[in-house]
Design a protein around this ligand. Structure first.
Ligand SMILES: NC(=O)c1ccc[n+]([C@@H]2O[C@H](COP(=O)([O-])OP(=O)(O)OC[C@H]3O[C@@H](n4cnc5c(N)ncnc54)[C@H](OP(=O)(O)O)[C@@H]3O)[C@@H](O)[C@H]2O)c1
Length: 244
């Protein structure tokens, strides 16, 4: 079996690490990619093809994990070239998933939930072809939710609206505490109710959010497009905060 990656960032690199089997080969392309991605691809040692079109033609499963904004253009460009299953792992709305299904035949709606560089994230799947990816459970905890495209994207959006809004609030409170020389005490008093690991988890969440604020903003945009902006007061505020 051949698994092809479109996008070889944190998500794909972790999948590559977890799905190790003598029966599975990986392919991708360096076509128009950044130095950072090219370096990661070369380091992986997987087969590098000249173009993503070739990746699609050759693979039994194409995994697209790029960015929410590029999900539709990529599906439009390559969807027709995919012979096998196309697993989209981008943080996109159910509407975006349905639009992608217009360009891609065997689409599976997917999400990686959990810390992305950990050994135990969970792969959630939905869609008519989702069952065909259940074998991945051998390498990564895999849970098929339903045969309906859009179910996983909806869950992903709901989770994202909670965690990303909370991260923006955390950054705001942490900055206020730091400016007043009370960072340690801030974490100490919150740990009393939130648990001993609160400081460590919060600092990791803050770092992660600040390092990928552009992508996180795109994801918040997707949430607003998904649920409509009339009731999303907190999410809109989080987007404002991350845009600064
Ligand atoms: N990180 C997480 O915790 C997490 C969890 C679940 C889902 N997701 C979703 O999964 C997707 C990937 O996340 P990530 O953290 O892996 O992102 P990332 O580390 O920023 O990596 C993105 C990868 O996609 C490539 N890429 C971007 N546009 C492309 C295009 N048009 N054609 C081919 N490759 C392209 C990038 O290459 P260049 O370097 O050349 O731009 C890079 O290799 C996102 O949609 C994200 O929302 C992320």
């Amino acid at each position: 079996m051949i698994i092809g990656f479109i996008g070889f960032g944190k998500v794909s690199q972790n999948l590559f690490k977890l799905i190790q089997s003598e029966d599975i080969e990986f392919v991708t392309s360096c076509e128009s990619r950044s130095a950072k991605t090219i370096e990661a691809i070369k380091k992986s040692g997987m087969e590098i093809l000249d173009a993503f079109e070739e990746v699609c033609l050759k693979s039994d499963i194409v995994i697209c994990a790029t960015s929410p904004k590029s999900a539709i253009p990529i599906a439009r460009k390559y969807g027709g070239k995919v012979n096998g299953i196309y697993l989209d792992l981008n943080n996109i709305s159910p509407d975006t998933t349905m639009e992608i299904s217009e360009y891609v035949g065997n689409l599976v709606d997917g999400a990686i939930i959990g810390k992305i560089d950990s050994d135990n994230p969970i792969l959630y799947l939905s869609g008519m072809k989702a069952d065909e990816l259940e074998f991945l459970n051998e390498y990564i905890h895999t849970r098929v939710i339903s045969n309906k495209l859009g179910d996983v994207s909806t869950l992903k959006m709901l989770r994202s609206s909670y965690t990303k809004t909370l991260s923006a609030l955390l950054i705001e409170s942490w900055q206020l505490a730091k400016d007043r020389g009370l960072e340690d005490e801030f974490f100490e008093i919150l740990a009393l109710t939130e648990g001993d690991e609160f400081r460590e988890k919060s600092l990791s969440r803050i770092k992660n959010t600040l390092n990928s604020s552009k992508r996180k903003s795109e994801e918040l945009d997707e949430i607003i497009n998904c649920f409509g902006d009339s009731e999303l007061i907190m999410v809109k505020a989080a987007l404002d905060k991350l845009s600064q």
